[in-house]
Design a protein around this ligand. Structure first.
Ligand SMILES: [Zn+2]
Length: 376
């Protein structure tokens, strides 16, 4: 099974059962946010989710699971409307619901036999609820929780954090600089857990070149101060619902050109397309394999549900490996996609055979953020 999961989103690791249990005593205090979730869900599916029923009806837990799980091909908008449920219930705030989420998710991963997980989590959004909530409070809490959990786990489990920053160039730079300032002011015990920054969310309306300045700055600061080096993680070429496959390929190429240590999904490099686009795919694949060091994170179940991959057996990972691309396997949002590290590995065996799948596991530790960024 996958023991190093390098691409998961913290709240996407919650199962419907987790959400039901963690939400049971607090949902009444979150009605305003749950209303916003319900409207977003209704806009995506045309049905009011009736969230109150989750905790008051006998069938509530089953209703929650029905509304939250995303197990068939869906639009990104539909997926995000489901993801909005845990975001509504467990806001980033002084109440630190996020730490209850983190602990529960780490316990599950450790119990499943994972040894190293890199959790992507949001940069504190500015909302009335978080007006006085600082990046320092956010990162101190998350990193301390990871440090405590690691020491309780007696060295069998490493938890790492990648903060997801904005794709908006101005805001993204502001957030990046604040993260660097936090590193400067923090103890080695805390800051060792933060090993990357991530660009995620809807990618099709943003110009990848917009984050060029942030990426250049990150690389130069990584060389100048390797003890605080951060990996550059960019979701690219995942969805091409509103754009073309060739646009997706260009976003992947741009991410590699900006020195992404790992690229999330890059499905566009192996998506169905016409002959001319296939030639572009092949050229970019060869270039990434031969001329860059970027690693592609392949999340098979997620790609079938969100990225238009028709079936496990036609997942592009097979072609990626054949072309010599560096790849790792990851679960992305295992709680919402009803998958886990074992099931994802079974799918990889279906596509690559046992030897091919094992080879990927064998090389994955070398693709951990701290290794790729050259952290001293
Ligand atoms: Zn992702």
């Amino acid at each position: 099974m996958i023991r190093n999961d390098l691409h998961v989103h913290l709240y996407g690791c919650l199962t419907p059962g987790d959400i039901w249990e963690l939400g049971r005593d607090i949902w009444r205090d979150r009605r305003g946010r749950l209303e916003a979730f319900a409207r977003r869900y209704e806009a995506a599916f045309g049905v009011d989710p009736n969230y109150e029923s989750y905790w008051v009806d006998d069938a509530g837990a089953a209703n929650l699971a029905r509304d939250f799980l995303c197990t068939t091909p869906s639009s990104f908008e539909q997926f995000e409307s489901k993801f909005a449920l845990p975001i509504a219930l467990f806001p980033v705030s002084h109440a630190r619901d996020d730490l209850r989420v983190l602990r529960r998710v780490m316990e599950r991963h450790r119990d499943q036999g994972l040894v190293h997980v890199e959790y992507r989590f949001v940069y504190p959004p500015v909302t009335p609820l978080t007006a006085s909530y600082s990046l320092k409070e956010h990162l101190d809490g998350l990193c301390q929780c990871m440090a405590d959990f690691e020491s309780e786990s007696s060295g069998v489990f490493d938890a790492r954090l990648a903060l997801s920053v904005s794709r908006d160039p101005g805001l993204g730079m502001e957030q990046y600089l604040a993260i660097k300032s936090w590193q400067e002011a923090s103890s080695p015990m805390l800051k060792r857990h933060l090993t990357g920054i991530d660009f995620s969310g809807y990618e099709e309306d943003s110009d990848a070149a917009g984050i060029r300045e942030i990426c250049a700055r990150l690389h130069s600061e990584n060389s100048r101060s390797p003890a605080n080096a951060l990996a550059l993680l960019i979701h690219a070429g995942e969805t091409t619902q509103a754009s073309s496959v060739s646009d997706g390929i260009r976003r992947v190429e741009m991410a590699a050109r900006m020195g992404a240590h790992r690229i999330g999904h890059a499905v566009a490099l192996g998506a169905d397309c016409d002959e001319e686009t296939r030639a572009l795919q092949s050229r970019v694949r060869r270039w990434i394999a031969d001329e860059t060091k970027s690693v592609i994170e392949c999340c098979i179940t997620s790609n079938i549900i969100l990225a238009g991959v028709r079936d496990v057996l036609v997942h592009p990972v097979r072609g990626f490996v054949a072309d010599g691309l560096r790849v790792c396997l990851a679960t992305d949002d295992p709680g919402i996609f009803e998958t886990d590290a074992r099931l994802e590995y079974a799918k990889a065996i279906q596509v690559l055979g046992p030897v091919g799948a094992f080879r990927i596991l064998d090389t994955t530790p070398a693709y951990q953020s701290a290794v790729l960024s050259g952290r001293a």
